[in-house]
Design a binder for this molecule. Structure first.
Ligand code: AMP
Length: 299
């Protein structure tokens, strides 16, 4: 089993109509690896400052996450601040302090180089080449992006899409990249740019997966109390890729199940602030929610 996640390990300050949290643990690499840890033993490449809590490092290790690729550097950990209104699908970034993340040149430990799946989470597309050439021959290169890179590094982003296998995007990103307002057309246009699988996340409305010869829709788990939507996208990717790593195949059946596991992990992430919900989660609860999904959608 070998899934490598390259992403941010961060402090987040979160403002929601239900309450605020200052400098709690977050980051795309953190959410993604935690979600994936219920399926496989993910490997993380990232950087934190010396202010990052040892307790969290110990927790990540206790979940079976391999942290050989997580560097601790002198300085402060990446800090992001975001605000949500009443619609959990809309958020505003109030502040981004890159800190030790500013000159992050992801170095892949030798033991990771033969890995099968590489996920580049939120990474500047200009840095993909530097990361990918450190791997021997990954079977799957997965990536996502953020508005910032679509607006400022479009050319590099399109180039990297051309060599990716799986691309995760939310509806806004898909529209910004393709110029298509209709999501089906946007999904197909993205698939035309290179990836064999395009996963379009639609927040509380679920996700659509576009393969070469199929389209699959997964509902989002109906959740009455969204506490903190941060990390939903990364947790979706973690569940999705974690399942694919465990199943060792990329058939349409695996991909469908991966999409449901993605929705399951995203649904847990939003039930508490930060990574709180993952502290009290186990495999049985994950499988129970997977079965609930099945009952919800079977007819
Ligand atoms: P998500 O809600 O899944 O889209 O991702 C939220 C996470 O992304 C937060 O925990 C942030 O720490 C992290 N994040 C926000 N902006 C950036 C950025 N520019 N680079 C890397 N990670 C970021």
């Amino acid at each position: 089993m070998s899934l490598v996640i390259v992403g941010s390990v961060a402090f987040d300050t979160i403002r929601t109509p239900w309450g605020d949290r200052e400098r709690i643990v977050g980051g795309s690499g953190t959410y993604c690896s935690l979600a994936a840890s219920f399926f496989t033993r993910p490997r993380v490449v990232g950087v934190v400052g010396r202010d990052f809590p040892r307790k969290t490092i110990a927790f990540l290790r206790s979940r079976g996450i391999d942290l050989a690729g997580l560097k601790v550097k002198a300085g402060k950990t990446f800090h992001w601040e975001g605000k949500y209104g009443n619609d959990p699908n809309l958020r505003t970034t109030l502040r981004t302090d890159l800190n030790v993340f500013a000159d992050f040149r992801p170095e892949v430990p030798p033991a990771y180089r033969g890995s099968r799946i590489v996920y580049l989470a939120n990474l500047n597309p200009e840095h993909h080449e530097f990361v990918l050439r450190q791997f021997r021959r990954p079977a799957v290169v997965a990536m996502d992006t953020i508005r910032l890179w679509i607006e400022t590094k479009r050319e590099a982003l399109l180039r990297e899409l051309g060599r990716s296998t799986i691309f995760f995007a939310n509806d806004e990103e898909a529209r910004l990249i393709t110029g298509e307002t209709n999501l089906i057309l946007a999904g197909r246009a993205l698939a035309g740019l290179g990836p064999s699988l395009v996963v379009l996340k639609k927040g509380e409305h679920g996700a659509l997966v576009f393969g070469r010869d199929f389209v699959f829709g997964a509902l989002a788990h109906p959740c009455e109390h969204v506490i903190d939507p941060t990390g939903a996208g990364d947790s979706f990717a973690g569940g999705f890729l974690g399942h694919l790593d465990r199943s060792r195949a990329l058939t349409a059946r695996d991909v469908r199940r991966a999409a449901v596991y993605g929705s399951v992990m995203a649904s847990f992430a939003i039930e508490d602030f930060g990574i709180g919900r993952f502290l009290a989660l186990d495999r049985d609860l994950v499988e129970a929610r997977f079965r609930q999904f099945r009952r919800l959608t079977a007819f």
